[in-house]
Design a protein around this ligand. Sequence first.
Ligand SMILES: Nc1ncnc2c1ncn2[C@@H]1O[C@H](COP(=O)(O)OP(=O)(O)O)[C@@H](O)[C@H]1O
Ligand SMILES: [Mg+2]
Length: 316
Amino acid sequence: MAKDKAVRELEDLPGIGETTAEKLRNAGIDTLEKVATSSPHDLSEISGISVEAAKKAIAVAQESTTINYETGEQIMERRKEIGRITTGSKELDELIGGGVETNGITEAYGKFASGKTQLGFQLCVNVQLPKEKGGLEGGVLFIDTEGTFRPERITEIAQAAKLDPKTVLDNIIVVRATTTEQQILTIERADKLISEKNIKLIVVDSITSLFRSEFLGRGALGERQQKLNLHIHKLQSLSDKYNLAVYITNQVMDNPGILFGDPTTPIGGNVIAHAATTRLYLRKSKEEKRIVRLVDSPSQPEGECIIKVTSEGIKD
Ligand SMILES: Nc1ncnc2c1ncn2[C@@H]1O[C@H](COP(=O)(O)OP(=O)(O)O)[C@@H](O)[C@H]1O
Ligand SMILES: [Mg+2]
């Protein structure tokens, strides 16, 4: 084999012909990455080639698989690009490290009327503000799965922020999804829209409700979690690729297994818990007050603050 020949598939590895490759594939070793991470003995046993030959094949597989190494310094440089959208409340902004960040998923969970949707509306307006006022001068893709998008509320909040309500509404693309397929496809096909409309915020309100109603019972749980996992990873990759913010809301269920403390748990299990970069737990307090608890963040300590949901939007 010529030394400069690109190694793309199993057959390109030294000592691996068609039959050997077939045996490897049947055993689930079907990519160069998998060869690269196999032990010489396992590879030899599975394919019948000698241990020495296996070592050579593994070495070439390791050379030809690319791993994206980055130094801490490079990541630091990249993180300088991260944008933040103000929530309208200084205290809440501080709690989450300066606002809702791009390049990540921010989740708000809580009971009915805890303010999840209202916070989403506020972000829809604030993302359109100039940078010095806490915005990103970008548009919004809003997936409404619960039928609670209210342009009247956006108008009120936009007027309070001294923005032209019509322009603000024009910059919000709303998709009313009634099935998980619609919800998933909207995100799968969002690339073009994101570029054309300079989308800087994707809202999914809520991420779980359709999944919850479509996949009922224990038997469907596995499939539900798989679909939800793919969906949320697609959201994650869009937020990386276009440096945009993703805000998702989530319902809670009563967890009768918890005897002490707060018996409410967000829906979606580990799939959501692991994918959300920042998790906020919203609770109703007196009148317009809401308690926001930062449950999970890669860089901020846990903590709480109080916000107000007013006719003019989210306030301290
Ligand atoms: N125009 C308004 N003026 C003041 N408060 C409002 C207004 N609209 C909604 N709210 C408040 O927001 C609450 C609903 O919050 P919402 O974010 O829709 O809840 P959820 O967490 O279920 O999404 C209402 O109970 C009310 O307290
Ligand atoms: Mg809601």
